[in-house]
Design a protein around this ligand. Structure first.
Ligand code: FES
Length: 177
């Protein structure tokens, strides 16, 4: 990873042309997130100066938007949709299956830093509900047992037998973007 001086130089480049208003602040935060995968803590004072505000406001803004991160992402991030259509179709079971199989709670990374579960909002792809997102792909409709299978495959445990689907589980299908 680049050192702090390099990071700060790059942050300055990325936000230097932005005006001090709320819309530009969000634009700047998204630029940093895209560049680093998260908002580096060292960037906060620069952001506050550029947008003529306080570090507390910058932290508050990052906290408010779930897609903005304060920590580097794990090697494999699995996004779980918390939207109403997914919940109605059984996403709670998918969440529990992923947490148990990947060994991490929602919003956290596994102890080895390899897997992370991220809560995301509905983005309008409800025809695939209940779904997860992984490596830019939408995967759904997904049953709890299929979520276990997915997680085991992600961990390289491809030969582990998969429990049968429960009654009412939807058939799985994978859809590329
Ligand atoms: S509620 Fe999950 S994609 Fe819409």
């Amino acid at each position: 990873m680049a050192g702090s001086a390099e990071v700060l130089a790059r942050v300055s480049e990325l936000i230097g042309d932005l005006k001090p208003d709320d819309v530009a602040l969000l634009k700047g935060l998204h630029r940093l997130q895209h560049e680093f995968g998260y908002i580096p803590k060292d960037a906060i004072p620069l952001l506050a100066a550029q947008f003529n505000t306080t570090p507390a406001i910058i932290f508050g803004t990052i906290d408010f938007y779930s897609e903005l991160r304060q920590k580097p992402p794990a090697e494999n991030v699995v996004s779980w949709c918390s939207g109403p259509a997914c919940l109605l179709k059984g996403s709670g079971g998918i969440r529990r299956a992923l947490e148990a199989t990947l060994g991490c709670a929602m919003g956290e990374a596994s102890a080895d830093g390899k897997y992370e579960l991220q809560l995301v909002q509905c983005d309008g792809t409800c025809q695939l509900a209940p779904l997860i997102r992984s490596e830019g792909r939408y995967i759904g409709p997904l049953s709890s047992s299929e979520a276990i299978k997915f997680a085991r495959r992600l961990k390289g445990e491809t030969e582990v037998p998969v429990p049968p689907a429960e009654e009412g589980d939807a058939a799985a299908a994978e859809a590329s973007e």
